[in-house]
Design a protein around this ligand. Structure first.
Ligand SMILES: Nc1nc2c(ncn2[C@@H]2O[C@H](COP(=O)(O)OP(=O)(O)OP(=O)(O)O)[C@@H](O)[C@H]2O)c(=O)[nH]1
Ligand SMILES: [Mg+2]
Length: 438
């Protein structure tokens, strides 16, 4: 049933687009804006909403499109702040006598690092510390994590609640996290706000690091961790960032397959953590508890799209596997039905398609490959990265590493990009996100 009020006052629907650094969020927002603004099939009218007196910076699709349409085309710069894309939409009325329904559609560029904080809501400081130290102790990471681990292990069992110690440990820990991200391509780095701070000055409770044990120092760090978790919980329901009712989780799975077994295992862990936290956040039990206590249930995420980005690196046959791999990585581990009100689906998408499919004969065998222009070169390059596994691959896979993943140049656009970007799978994604509204 349509809510009759939809005819009177515009309803607001907010879609969060999240994903770790470089996952492809900005390009996806740009492509969504170009596509929605040109969409006369779904909408009676659509326009960018004026920003009025809001506090969130606006996402500027025209500037991003112009850069992609420039000669030579340019990819967007790294984003370092949250921004909002807002549309005023009129949906066709079901009967000619009715006015069009109005809808305000908001799309938020939401740092994926913050999603990694969701699991902390259910973890004590002690358990979290043990988990983190176990991850840092992996032998492959020893060169990067050695200094921090030596510091943490070298603290006396009864270390005092000393500010200088807390600050030194925090600095070492943050340095270790950013080195793990930059040198090892890791993503499962908590707390997420250490690498992607919220806007504004950092409060004193940000200064902590994982430390098991019962020392007074660990007690101080635990109180700070608890304050951090509280702030995260509040941010989840804050009008500014929290109230997202559908979510797109983007991940560059092809990039992780290419980087290697460790990076892939890490991306897998990050996705599993985010997806189980999202299941929990939108659970029936939470909604029932809220109703029982006569509170309105918090706005929860009702629809999640898990999207493998940059799918134009592989040919069509492989893209089905890529979506299946995404589905496998985000399904509940025990195969049981999720206890959640959220619907989920997996997609393989290229928001800015840079390649075309073609059949390449390699050593006498036809393989389905792609070709496109590599950044900075002006001839077409053929690329066959290899077979995409349709489930988390076993050790055999890593013996034949996934081949090159060139950085392609965006396709040349006509009319400054106002005709939209060539894409793969964008319509299916939009259809899934909006189907109940149309
Ligand atoms: N081939 C291909 N490459 C893409 C596509 N989308 C993004 N990329 C590549 O991925 C890079 C990162 O894309 P962005 O959209 O800037 O990623 P982001 O998630 O906004 O990154 P941050 O702002 O750093 O968090 C781009 O510079 C491109 O090289 C795509 O659809 N196809
Ligand atoms: Mg960005």
């Amino acid at each position: 049933m349509r809510n009759p009020l939809d005819y009177v006052r515009p309803r607001t629907v907010r879609i969060g687009v999240t994903g770790l650094a470089r996952a492809g969020k900005t390009v996806l927002l740009t492509a969504l804006a170009a596509r929605l603004l040109a969409d006369r099939a779904r909408f009676a009218a659509v326009a960018l909403a004026p920003s009025g007196a809001e506090s969130l910076p606006r996402f500027d699709p025209a500037a991003h499109l112009a850069a992609l349409a420039a000669d030579p085309p340019r990819w967007p710069d790294r984003t370092d702040a949250v921004s909002l894309l807002a549309f005023d939409v009129a949906l066709p009325a079901p009967l000619p006598a009715l006015p069009p329904r109005r809808l305000r559609l908001e799309i938020l560029d939401y740092p994926g690092e913050w999603l990694l904080d969701l699991p902390l809501l259910a973890l004590s400081f002690e358990d979290w510390s043990l988990q983190v130290l176990r991850r840092l102790e992996r032998p492959a990471l020893a060169a990067t994590t050695r200094d921090f681990l030596a510091f943490a292990r070298g603290l006396p069992a009864q270390a005092g609640a000393d500010e200088a110690l807390a600050a030194a440990g925090h600095r070492l820990y943050v340095g270790t996290l950013s080195a793990l991200r930059d040198r090892h391509g890791l993503a499962m780095l908590q707390p997420g706000r250490f690498l992607m701070p919220a806007p504004g000055a950092a409060p004193p409770w940000m200064s902590f690091f994982p430390l098991p044990g019962g020392s007074p120092l660990a007690g101080l760090l635990r109180r700070r961790y608890d304050a951090y978790v509280d702030a995260t919980r509040q941010a989840l329901v804050a009008p500014l960032f929290g109230q997202v009712d559908r979510l797109v989780v983007l991940a560059d799975l092809l990039g992780a397959l290419h980087t290697g077994a460790d990076a892939f295992a890490d991306a897998r862990e990050a996705l599993a953590a985010a997806s189980s936290a999202l299941r929990w956040q939108g659970s029936w039990t939470a909604a029932l508890a809220a109703i029982a206590s006569l509170r309105l249930p918090d706005r929860t995420v009702g629809r999640v799209a898990y999207v493998a980005s940059k799918a134009d690196h592989v040919s069509e046959r492989q893209r089905g596997n890529l979506a299946a791999l995404m589905r496998a990585l985000t399904a509940p581990e025990d195969g049981s039905r999720p206890v959640s009100s959220a619907r989920t689906a997996a997609f393989a998408v290229a928001a800015a398609r840079c390649t075309e499919d073609f059949v390449w004969t390699l050593e006498g065998h036809p393989v389905s490959a792609v070709r496109g222009r590599v950044l900075g070169e002006d001839r077409l390059t053929r690329s066959y990265p290899g077979e995409v596994p349709d489930r988390p691959p076993g050790p055999e896979f890593w013996a034949h590493p996934f081949l090159a993943l060139p950085r392609f140049e965006p396709a040349r656009l006509t009319r400054d990009g106002r005709g939209g970007l060539p894409d793969i799978g964008l319509d299916a994604l939009i259809g899934y996100l909006l189907e109940d509204l149309l």
